[in-house]
Design a protein around this ligand. Structure first.
Ligand code: HEM
Length: 519
């Protein structure tokens, strides 16, 4: 009897102290004079964020209400939402050593058991990986990828010729194109995915982006009850194992498509690496660079840049190859889709861009090359304006505070999250005026702006490592299209522009008509 009473007393004590800590954690922003919407007990601001039809729009509404720095709670974890560019410059650039990681979730933590990649790695683990991967995108390496890119773009042009003059969804072709380019240029995989409509790589890549992992029940539970994480992680791992085993041994029950796409991809990548190692073939692609950097011994996360190890674990090679396949596909195709929407609906901008393309890419030039692309200033402004107005990465612009520090007179404690309200920054009249920031005006990029006013590829040492690759791919594709076709809006163009909600923001479809130009 005594034991039962003691257990009940301990449980009641634990519950009361948990509720007390929960309640006092909601005082965090009040004590620091930081405004923000009132939190709900236990959930913080999660309930609103889970139920909103658009996360960025909700964040922007709160920014209008509470200003350029305010506080939210993810469960009980404090999150600063910031659009003050001076604070952002401190966090992302000047005090990067205290904010070098991103916010993660349960799924990312589970994946990290397989090995961290550049996106998810922390601290020196990240610095070492970035040190190894940065040289992949030098001008010389990018130039060597141009013939392959041209080949992939040509395959798309052949497809477009078949439907030229009719209304169609060009976004579907862009997805195939960008996956084809990343597979060819980075990993030497020839999948014929632009012709093969049921290509499994495509299906699995699309499945990876079909839902927002933050919306999974298990991730929600882990966010509001972080102390359950070890249990939830184990449950999730067992579930994944079961699904994978069933899909392998009883495919009639669970087809590979229905199995978890991320793990399908990781298995393919492992097979690809084995095949490359067994063939002894040496190529000049990203996979080779990472394989050459793979160490057989234990890899140390050294502390200084001078002694930084230039090695990756085998698991890191696998996870980074997977990351690049995924990162290089959905982002670039979404930007191409938005670019086409703008061109179809702004004929004056289309004409201006085509004039520049025809002036830089002369009749006597054989193929589009790096120099021709780099010569196009208006093209550069155009792509940046698309990225300013159509921000594609939803909630990824975060930094985790790794060491308590003071930023512009605000003390930010270890464990807090900084979320950038990118829309507020990109649409700020102060940063982007005097022309109305709601209008599409590429020329505004000719004016020098605040160093963090443009965040299309992120900012600071942890910005997008694939930025130069992506810009080259986008510009080459747009140059080739505009030289060959007039782009006209389809009847359903506005209908397709409805934004989808998952982690990468994108339209549903881009309906256009392309007419071959006579010259
Ligand atoms: C138009 C296309 C793209 C856009 C708009 C884009 C945007 C971004 C953004 C906003 C970030 C977060 C940066 C930050 O936290 O400050 C990021 C990170 C990253 N991107 Fe991209 N990206 C694009 C294409 C690519 C491509 C083609 C690749 C690979 C070939 C790539 C690989 C990565 C990686 C690995 C990271 C993590 C970098 C790190 O943490 O060190 N991205 N990207």
């Amino acid at each position: 009897m005594f034991i039962i009473v003691a257990i009940v007393a301990i449980l009641i004590y634990r519950l009361i102290s948990y509720l007390w800590t929960l309640k006092s954690s909601y005082e965090y922003f009040k004590l620091r004079n930081i405004p923000g919407p009132p939190p709900r007990f236990f959930f913080g601001h999660y309930l609103t964020l889970w139920n909103t039809p658009s996360y960025p729009t909700q964040i922007r509404e709160w920014t209008h209400q509470y200003g350029s720095i305010y506080g939210l709670f993810e469960g009980r974890r404090p999150m600063y939402v910031v659009s003050d560019v001076d604070v952002l410059q401190e966090v992302f650039i000047k005090q990067f050593s205290s904010f070098h990681s991103r916010r993660t979730n349960l799924l990312i933590d589970i994946l990290k058991h397989k090995g961290a990649n550049l996106f998810t790695a922390h601290a020196n683990e990240w610095r070492r990986q970035r040190h190894v991967i940065n040289p992949t995108f030098t001008t010389l390496k990018l130039k060597s990828m141009i013939p392959l890119m041209n080949k992939c773009i040509e395959s798309m042009i052949v497809k477009i010729d078949e439907i030229s003059g009719k209304e169609f969804n060009i976004y579907a072709l862009y997805k195939r194109l960008t996956m084809d380019i990343i597979c060819h240029c980075a990993f030497g995989i020839n999948t014929d995915m632009q012709n093969d409509v049921s290509n499994i790589y495509m299906k699995q890549a699309m499945a990876c982006f079909a839902t927002d992992p933050e919306m999974f029940l298990i991730v929600k539970l882990s966010n509001v009850l972080p102390f359950l994480n070890p249990l939830l992680a184990r449950t999730m791992q067992s579930g994944i194992c079961l699904v994978n085993t069933l899909s392998k041994h009883v495919p009639s029950l669970i087809s590979p498509i229905e199995a978890i796409p991320i793990f399908w991809f990781i298995e393919r990548v492992e097979a690809l690496i084995k095949q490359r190692l067994a063939s002894g073939e040496k190529r000049t692609d990203l996979l080779q660079l990472m394989l050459d950097a793979a160490a057989h011994d234990d890899v140390k996360n050294d502390k200084t840049d001078d002694s930084m190890s230039r090695h990756l674990h085998h698991t890191e090679v696998v996870m980074n190859v997977f990351l690049f396949m995924i990162a290089g596909f959905e982002t670039t195709s979404a930007v191409l889709a938005y670019s086409t929407y703008v061109l179809a609906t702004h004929s004056d901008i289309q004409t201006k861009l085509r004039t520049e393309i025809n002036q830089s890419w002369r009749e006597d030039d054989d193929e589009l090359n790096y120099e021709i692309i780099s010569d196009m200033t208006y093209m550069d402004y155009f792509v940046r304006e698309v990225l300013r107005m159509y921000r594609i990465s939803g909630q990824n612009s975060t930094r985790l505070c790794d060491a308590t520090t003071t930023v512009c007179n605000h003390q930010i404690d270890k464990g807090c999250v900084i979320l950038v309200d990118v829309y507020a920054v990109h649409y700020s009249a102060e940063l982007w005026g005097p022309d109305d920031p709601n209008l599409f005006i590429p020329e505004r990029h000719a004016v020098k702006r605040h160093p963090v006013a443009f965040m299309g590829f992120g900012i600071g040492p942890r910005n997008c490592v694939g930025m130069r690759f992506a810009l080259m791919e986008l510009k080459m594709c747009l140059a080739r299209l505009l030289r060959t076709y007039d782009i006209l809006p389809g009847e359903k163009i506005e209908k397709g522009m409805i934004h989808q909600k998952p982690s990468i923001l994108r339209p549903e479809a881009i309906y256009v008509q392309l007419h071959r130009r006579s010259t």
